[in-house]
Design a protein around this ligand. Structure first.
Ligand code: CMC
Length: 433
């Protein structure tokens, strides 16, 4: 017999179905609740709400487990790279050699952007935030490929694979152009002979006179960073992508909304916020001790950025992997005397021992190290979250598809508990106090 949940409201009982996932996750199916009882559920922040059924990513926050399409993140980090993992997340299976070659060829073909798009960058103020530019550019990209952005899911799905490859490739070019435009530097065009990460570093840092030669440890660290961010189930930005997709919107607009959602400091913006926090601690001559005390006092402006996670309550498996690669890259780059690094390590050690953090199960998350790694690689701070967006693109794309192909898909439309004024009569201007 399939399990059910019994709900008692006053003297009436209601039976609700229970859904069990492939990893034995259980959910009470409340879809018929309002019709049956007149009640809705209330879950501010959605911490207890399953918004969809998904085949893409599995997370067990208590045990620190993260798997893409069933494959443990540790195995992918060890054996795969970003492009192959992107293929896996987007298509559901690891590619064969022929599929991998074809996907890489599509990335190469799609790397340049339409020359008219280059002029868009001139219109943004020099100090515009790269996340604002990236979000605008991704939405605009759809205008240059109208046959892929019809807002008709059936038609857009026919071209899913092509659109996915196009976005995965062009987001990297757009990101590099954003950086170059912000520095007043001429654009550097993609090369056909370079792999994904090396090509990105080339478009960021080569000059007209000298090609940028990526140190293997640096491109490996970047590759790993992107792979570790490829998907993370129903986080704020991915849920945003699904929300936008549920209205029938095309893939370009949906991922553009994902970029906006990612920007905030509690989500993808945390990697930049970590460095800002470390800089301000350093500027105040603190070694981290005073800051920790202020964070413990619950001061919202003194939250320890890069610590805590809604889902991971023991450790963030991505943080464990990225920390190792960070140490390798630092050793290779011979970075030993960065005062921010010393403060970061002191904060990490102190917070791991302090009862405030231990009792609330606040551990360093992936962003604590990823901000430091980006800094060591020479990526400017305001580009950190853009890097996260490049990495998260496969997950957004796959989640868009899951929403678009669902034959029973309904527009996302949560309800609310209204707490405003009860009905009252309009007051003419001359009678208002
Ligand atoms: N520093 C100090 N105290 C904290 C922190 C922190 N980073 N995070 C949570 N707390 C405290 C919080 O004040 C609360 O204490 P109390 O129970 O006394 O009121 C308790 O821990 C529970 O916090 P919460 O705000 O209810 O937790 P949440 O699940 O809503 O928030 C979070 C999760 C990630 C937004 C939060 O931990 C945070 O703001 N961390 C810093 C920002 C950050 O690093 N974000 C990146 C997350 S990983 C990347 C991603 O997946 O987006």
């Amino acid at each position: 017999m399939s399990p059910t949940a019994l709900l008692k409201l006053d003297d009436k009982e209601f039976t609700l179905p229970v859904i069990v996932g492939t990893e034995s996750e259980k959910a009470i199916d409340v879809r018929g609740l309002r019709d049956k009882t007149g009640f809705i559920t209330f879950d501010d922040g959605y911490g207890n709400t399953g918004s969809c059924l998904s085949n893409i990513t599995f997370i067990d926050g208590d045990q620190g487990i993260l798997r893409y399409r069933g494959y443990p993140i540790e195995q992918l980090a060890e054996n795969s790279n970003f492009v192959e993992t992107a293929y896996l997340v987007i298509n559901g299976e690891l590619p064969t050699l022929a599929q991998r070659k074809q996907f890489s060829a599509m990335l190469t073909e799609n790397a340049p952007i339409h020359s008219a798009m280059e002029h868009f960058f001139e219109g943004f103020p020099r100090d515009a935030h790269p996340m604002a530019i990236l979000s605008s550019m991704l939405n605009s990209l759809g205008c240059y490929h109208p046959h892929l952005a019809s807002n008709d899911h059936a038609r857009d799905l026919e071209n899913y694979y092509q659109t996915a490859a196009l976005i995965i490739s062009k987001v990297r070019t757009l990101a590099a152009c954003t950086y170059r435009a912000s520095r007043g530097l001429p654009f550097i065009y993609p090369r056909r002979d370079l792999p994904y990460c090396e090509n990105f570093l080339h478009m960021m840092f080569s000059t007209q006179y000298e090609p940028y030669m990526a140190i293997p440890e640096v491109s490996a660290a970047l590759n790993l960073f992107l792979l570790l961010h490829a998907d993370h189930e129903q986080n704020c930005s991915t849920s945003t992508v699904r929300m936008v997709a549920s209205s029938g919107a095309n893939l370009f607009s949906s991922v553009s909304a994902g970029v906006s959602a990612l920007w905030g400091p509690l989500h993808g913006g945390a990697n930049m916020a970590v460095i800002e926090m470390l800089k301000s601690i350093h500027a105040e001559g603190d070694d981290g001790t005073k800051f920790i005390e202020a964070a413990k006092a619950g001061r919202a402006d003194k939250r320890l950025m890069g610590f805590g996670h809604r889902v991971y309550k023991n450790y963030d498996p991505r943080a464990k992997i990225i920390k190792k690669s960070f140490e390798t890259a630092l050793a290779k780059l011979k970075i030993t005397d960065d005062p921010l690094l010393d403060i970061a390590m002191r904060l990490e050690q102190a917070a791991l021992k302090d009862d405030y953090f231990v009792s609330r199960r606040l551990y360093p998350n992936v962003d604590f190290y990823s901000g430091l790694i980006m800094r060591a690689l020479g990526i400017p701070e305001n580009m950190f979250t853009v890097m996260f967006a490049i990495g998260r693109m496969p997950g957004w794309i796959a989640n868009w598809k899951e929403t678009a192909v669902n034959p029973k898909g309904r527009i996302y439309r949560p309800r609310q508990v209204y707490t405003g004024a009860v009905q009252r009569n309009f007051v003419p201007m001359n009678e208002r106090k």
